[in-house]
Design a protein around this ligand. Structure first.
Ligand code: BG6
Ligand code: MG
Length: 219
C-alpha cells in the first residue's frame, strides 16, 4: 500500500536549475573556466561538491581540497543571494496542487533533496507546511545516486520503501530511488528519467489521479 510520497525539490517542486546555472556561471567566468547549459544539465540532482568536481574535470583542472571547498562556497554565496528572488509564484505548475491534494487525502509527505539550501527554498515558496519530514543535503553524507536521502526520509516517516513513491527529475535521482527499492515517478524526458516506473513530461500531468491510475494495485 502506498502511504507516503517523497519529493525531490529542484526540478520537481520548483525550478532552481536556472539559478544554479547563473551562480556556477558567475564563478566560472570569474575563474576563466568553461561552463555552459549543457554542462549545467549534468549537475542536475548531484551535490554541490560532486558538481564542482564535474566542472573541474570538464576544464581539466585539478585543485587541492581546500580550494575546491572555497570555490564551492563562493558559488553557494552567489546562489543563496539569488534565492531571495523566489516567491510563492514559483512552484512548477501542478506541484502545489499535488501537495495540497496529498495532504487532504492524508498521505505522509517528505522532502528528499540533495540541496543544503532546501529549507530556505521551501520558506521562500511558503511550502514548509506541506512536509512531515525534511530530508536535505545536511541529512546524509552519501548523495544521489546513493539511495540514502530517500531511505532517511522514509525512515523518518516510519514507512518502508515499498510504501512510498519518490518523485524525481534527475537521472541520478531515479537511480537513487530504484536502488532504495522505492516506487518511482520521473518528471522530464525519457532520455533522463525513462528508467522510472512511470514518467510524466511535467508536474502538471503528474496528478494524484494519474499516479493512482498507474500504481492502482498499490492504493
Ligand atoms: C540539487 C540540484 O537539488 O541540489 C543540484 O539539482 C545541486 O543541481 C544540489 O547541485 C545541491 O544544492 P546546494 O543548494 O546544496 O548547492
Ligand atoms: Mg531535482
Amino acid at each position: 500500500m502506498i502511504k507516503g510520497f517523497i519529493f525531490d525539490l529542484d526540478g520537481v517542486i520548483t525550478d532552481t536549475a536556472e539559478l544554479h546555472y547563473a551562480a556556477w556561471k558567475e564563478l566560472a567566468d570569474d575563474m576563466g573556466w568553461e561552463f555552459d547549459r549543457e554542462l549545467n544539465e549534468k549537475l542536475r540532482g548531484i551535490s554541490r561538491m560532486d558538481s564542482i568536481k564535474v566542472i573541474m574535470d570538464y576544464n581539466n583542472i585539478s585543485l587541492d581540497e581546500k580550494s575546491i571547498v572555497d570555490f564551492a562556497t563562493k558559488k553557494n554565496d552567489f546562489y543563496v543571494k539569488s534565492l531571495n528572488s523566489i516567491t510563492q509564484e514559483d512552484y512548477l505548475p501542478g506541484a502545489r496542487e499535488l501537495l495540497t491534494h496529498l495532504r487532504s487525502e492524508g498521505f505522509s509527505v517528505a522532502l528528499g533533496s540533495a540541496s543544503k539550501n532546501a529549507e530556505k527554498v521551501l520558506k521562500q515558496l511558503n511550502a514548509t507546511h506541506y512536509f512531515d519530514v525534511i530530508g536535505d543535503g545536511n541529512s546524509v553524507t552519501k548523495s544521489k545516486p546513493a539511495p540514502d536521502i530517500f531511505l532517511y526520509a522514509s525512515e523518518k516517516l516510519g514507512l518502508p520503501p515499498e510504501n512510498c513513491i519518490v518523485f524525481e527529475d534527475a537521472e541520478k535521482g531515479i537511480d537513487a530511488a530504484n536502488a532504495g527499492k522505492f516506487h518511482s515517478v520521473g518528471i522530464g524526458p525519457a532520455e533522463r528519467v525513462g528508467h522510472a516506473d512511470v514518467r510524466f513530461d511535467t508536474m502538471k500531468e503528474a496528478t494524484l489521479f494519474e499516479v493512482k491510475s498507474y500504481f492502482k494495485e498499490l492504493f
